[in-house]
Design a protein around this ligand. Structure first.
Ligand SMILES: [Fe+2]
Length: 274
């Protein structure tokens, strides 16, 4: 978004150029919805302003905390899976949604450590927050796999527990295999294990829009397009015969009315992010 004094600039100009031809979603890493710091009102003001300009299909950020005591440590850190944390995060999501006047989409993060006082699974924690706050889910399939290896749970158990009506988008990415643990690096191709999990996610939730995340070792565009086409092929052969019910759209529009004009709505699009 740029600094508070220099909102937009060339970045916004380029975004609006893209916006003329393609739908836009806003994906953040700085909401720090799980932190015990006060919500950053300056950040929220700028986010609301950007939403007003871009009119995104949806706005997403992560179920995590990224700092405390006013310090941003630029990492997506996991929360303790407790009732106290559910109340805390739910309250903050509701306040953000009320301020922005629209539903948030919350993404599961990958993690490497866990709190010994957690009292439930990550998916139980995520589901209860989304139910209480009435927000949607951005399901990062790679993050589920990375955390499953790191913490020793069954990724299919996680997938099956997610309420399909709330799944707004999938993320796919590559990660580093360190033997007995994995690191979510976004710097290589999606691995076969994650493709298999993605196929299962499509079987369960249908044709949900997908973003292929890539932050490092960016290959030539033709290689990325090849990877996107692979995702499209998996989606095509895994998609359930009966399409998803329109319930998702009905839920979304209570906070975000359907646009009369503008780019098409992606019902089964696959894109890049990096
Ligand atoms: Fe992601």
């Amino acid at each position: 978004m740029g600094s508070p004094r220099h909102f937009g600039g060339r970045s916004l100009e380029r975004l609006l150029q893209v916006r003329k031809d393609f739908p836009i979603t806003l994906h953040g890493v700085s909401l720090s919805i799980g932190s015990t710091d006060r919500l950053d009102q300056n950040y929220l003001n700028r986010l609301k302003r950007l939403i007003g300009i871009v009119d995104p299909l949806w706005v997403s950020d992560h179920l995590c905390w990224t700092g405390v005591g006013g310090e941003n440590i630029h990492d997506l850190l996991p929360l303790p899976y407790t009732r106290e944390a559910i109340r805390h995060v739910t309250d903050r999501i509701c306040r953000v949604q009320d301020f922005l006047g629209r539903r948030l989409t919350i993404e599961n993060v990958s993690s490497y450590v866990a709190f010994s006082h957690s009292r439930m699974t990550e998916w139980e924690f995520l589901n209860e927050i989304c139910e209480r706050a009435d927000c949607d889910i951005l399901l990062d399939v790679n993050n589920i796999f990375v955390s499953a290896v790191n913490h020793g749970f069954d990724p299919m158990e996680y997938l099956r527990a997610i309420p399909g009506k709330r799944v707004r988008q999938f993320h796919l990415a590559g990660h580093a295999n360190k033997g007995h643990y994995r690191i979510d690096t976004h710097d290589r191709d999606v691995c076969e294990d994650v493709w298999r999990l993605y196929a299962e996610a499509v079987k369960l939730y249908g044709a949900v829009p997908v973003i292929l995340e890539r932050d490092g070792n960016i290959p030539p565009l033709k290689d990325l397009i090849q990877e996107l086409n692979y995702a499209r092929r998996i989606e095509k052969r895994s998609r359930p015969q009966i399409e998803r019910s329109p319930a998702l759209d009905e839920v979304d529009h209570r906070r975000s009315p359907r646009r009369e004009k503008g780019p098409r709505r992606p019902t089964r699009e696959t894109g890049l992010q990096g």
